[in-house]
Design a protein around this ligand. Structure first.
Ligand code: HEC
Length: 97
């Protein structure tokens, strides 16, 4: 019985960790104004993040490409965020579904 509970607790914390990352990305996207033009599941001014994620699914350089775009403002407005914030935002974009 006790081991069963431990397994459940471990599984629960893994799910929570994934949700926490997604939540951090979503919070940051909101704070940085991304959600004014983007949503996860539908097209607004910019593409839906799930479409971005699908487009870059097989692209090994997706993270670097998107980070450069957002950081240097190439083909996208320049985003005022630290490197760590950009990483969170890009990973959030690429993980959208
Ligand atoms: C003023 C509106 C606007 C804001 C604010 C905005 N975007 Fe965008 N975004 C766009 C448009 C329009 C496109 C489609 C054109 C393009 O591909 O650059 C786009 C495209 C993208 C793409 C896909 C680029 C590609 O190569 O397909 C990503 C990723 C992205 N935005 C992330 C973000 C993030 C993260 C933020 C917040 C820091 C943000 N955007 C804020 C308008 C916006």
């Amino acid at each position: 019985m006790k081991s069963m509970l431990l397994v459940l607790a471990a599984a629960g914390s893994m799910v929570m960790a994934g949700a926490a990352n997604a939540q951090a990305g979503a919070d940051l996207a909101k704070a940085k104004g991304c959600l004014g033009c983007h949503a996860v599941a539908e097209k607004k001014v910019g593409p839906a993040m799930k479409d971005v994620a699908a487009k870059y699914k097989d692209n090994k350089d997706a993270e670097a490409t998107l980070t450069a775009k957002l950081k240097d403002g190439k083909g996208h407005m320049k985003v005022a965020a630290s490197d760590a914030e950009l990483k969170t935002l890009v990973q959030w974009s690429l993980a959208a579904k």
